[in-house]
Design a protein around this ligand. Structure first.
Ligand code: ADE
Length: 273
């Protein structure tokens, strides 16, 4: 009996230290299935864990231990999933992979924006004088947050380096082939709001007010949670559309390619850590 208790204590200690040793872990998020599909397919030894109803998949990418989840669409879902991820898995860093609407006229579907910074484009007060108050407040310190949440510099530099060596896909052409135009990659500004933008007027204002290169629905929410809890983050987006009047049509045609291009870059970043 005494030996059984000792053996149990020994085994549970070992299990504890294994679990402890198995950290650090990198959190990888995407908003919906297509955005995380390639990441999940590339995982070695995938295992699912459900936390408060949200499914997380742990596994390895190269030597790195990772945990992958779909945040759901929009800022509230993104913030909730990020908070659960940080609380439950304590990742060393968080990377987001996904698609966006392009607001930089130089960029086309399939191109990549490495978000050097993100901002909420729909936060503030509405007045008839159009005077924006854009800064959120940090729930922990009660201080104003910056308008732009900066990405972690080393993750950003790593992304800029590894993107040169990965084969990115051209977008499908109406003729049935694939575009041979080289995929453009910029480090820039990604803006976030709880809206799908399909308006050239809105694109002009996002460009004029924020210097936006792309617009989407989760990035700044994830960045804000990471900023407030002091966890390095990087948001990667590939464009599915140009946020213009044809955005819905372009989205349907190009999102699979864009989702894969973004995921390829995020996988390469993790493998180079
Ligand atoms: N994600 C992909 N395209 C988008 C758009 N045009 N607006 C907001 N989020 C998007």
């Amino acid at each position: 009996m005494k030996y059984t208790v000792l053996l149990f204590l020994f085994l549970s200690q070992t299990a504890f230290s294994q679990q402890y040793k198995s950290r650090p872990i990198t959190g990888l998020l995407g908003a919906f299935g297509a955005e995380v599909e390639l990441v999940k397919q590339t995982l070695k030894n995938p295992k699912t864990v459900v936390v408060d109803g949200v499914t997380f998949t742990t596994g390895r990418l190269g030597k790195q231990k990772v945990v992958v989840a779909e945040t759901g669409i929009g800022k509230v879902n993104a913030a909730m999933t990020t908070a659960l991820l940080l609380d439950h898995f304590r990742p060393e860093r968080v990377l987001f992979t996904g698609i966006a609407g392009g607001t930089n006229p130089e960029l086309q579907p399939g191109d990549i924006v490495i978000a050097g910074r993100t901002a909420h484009h729909d936060y503030g007060s509405i007045t008839d004088k159009n005077t924006p108050t854009r800064q959120t407040r940090n729930v922990i310190t009660k201080q104003f947050n910056p308008v732009y949440f900066p990405a972690d510099t080393s993750l950003m530099r790593l992304a800029e380096k590894v993107v040169k060596d990965i084969p990115l896909e051209g977008i499908p052409l109406a003729s049935g082939g694939v575009s041979d135009r080289p995929v453009k990659v910029v480090t820039g500004t990604v803006v976030t709001g709880d809206v799908f933008v399909a308006s050239p007027i809105k694109v002009s204002s996002l460009r004029a007010d924020f210097g936006a290169d792309a617009t989407e629905m989760e990035g700044a929410a994830i960045a804000q949670v990471c900023y407030q809890i002091n966890v390095p983050h990087l948001i990667i987006r590939s464009l599915s559309d140009r946020a213009d009047a044809e955005a819905h049509i372009a989205f349907d045609k190009f999102y699979p390619t864009a989702a894969r291009n973004s995921a390829k870059l995020v996988i390469a970043i993790v493998q180079a850590l």
